[in-house]
Design a protein around this ligand. Structure first.
Ligand SMILES: [Fe+2]
Length: 268
């Protein structure tokens, strides 16, 4: 199984550049083209939140046009920039989202179970898992306890060490931690939100954030850092490769054209 994860594309209206400077649509177009060109092809594409920059219906329509080159199934969860009902309306036809309530889903993908968790709190940058969401998660995991599982959620359940992002992190971590601890079939928790790749151990499994396809967070581990800033490092995406013998391996790929590839053995 090969799963591509595209995170935090922040698609705005056609022609609009978020923050007056980030061409998020161009970055996403490049990420989609890179995934479409993969050989072997990805079996599934995950979008781990902040699909739209303002949560507008027109932005989701723009995103769906940009996704057109992909023939794979696409599964999306919301981030803090998304608007739940606009996103539901845009993706409901794909058949995996509920008609009301949180945008949670559990979808079998070959031998894997992919669980999407909605951590969106309307009007807030932080995320949360409600009691209702945790009960749903426990039931979804319990219904397929022998299946290797991936959880995809926007807000990471661990503290990143980047203070301004941790202030807008996930609430309700303790209950989530207990459920994950009780379900060793969870191979990894795949997140977005931070616009940087970060790896962590969480409740006996692996957890990570993916880079944004667009702008990246400035890496500042100063606990007194007053606010988060972004920079235009290359965007990226992740590829999660799974087989029964080796489990899950995650690769981070950067977008852009670079010299190479060159052979290590050169005639020079
Ligand atoms: Fe984001």
């Amino acid at each position: 199984m090969l799963i591509a994860q595209l995170s935090d594309p922040h698609i705005a209206l056609p022609g609009e550049r978020p923050y007056g400077r980030v061409d998020t649509a161009l970055s996403f177009e490049r990420a989609v083209a890179a995934v479409a060109a993969l050989s072997p092809p990805a079996d599934l594409v995950l979008l781990s939140g902040d699909l739209a920059h303002h949560g507008l219906a027109e932005e989701y329509a723009h995103m769906k046009r940009l996704l057109a080159p992909l023939s794979q199934r696409v599964l999306a969860i919301p981030g803090n920039h998304d608007e739940r009902e606009s996103m539901r309306a845009a993706f409901l036809g794909d058949g995996y989202l509920p008609r009301s309530g949180f945008l949670n889903f559990a979808v079998a993908c070959g031998p894997l179970l992919v669980i999407g968790l909605d951590t969106l709190v309307a009007g807030e940058d932080k995320g949360a898992l409600s009691e209702e969401g945790l009960l749903w998660l426990e039931a979804a995991l319990g219904a397929a306890a022998d299946r290797p599982s991936l959880i995809v959620m926007h807000h990471p359940p661990f503290l990143t060490g980047i203070a301004p992002m941790d202030r807008i992190g996930l609430e309700g971590r303790e209950g989530f931690h207990q459920i994950v601890r009780r379900n060793p079939q969870i191979e990894k928790i795949l997140c977005g939100h931070v616009h940087r790749p970060i790896e962590a151990r969480f409740a006996g499994t692996a957890a990570a954030t993916a880079p944004s396809t667009a702008h990246q967070l400035f890496l500042d581990l100063d606990p007194q850092a007053p606010s988060s800033r972004f920079l235009l490092e290359p965007g990226g995406y992740q590829l999660h490769l799974w087989d029964e013998a080796s489990g899950l391996r995650s690769h981070t790929a950067l977008l852009g054209d670079y010299p190479g590839p060159y052979p290590f053995r050169s005639a020079l």
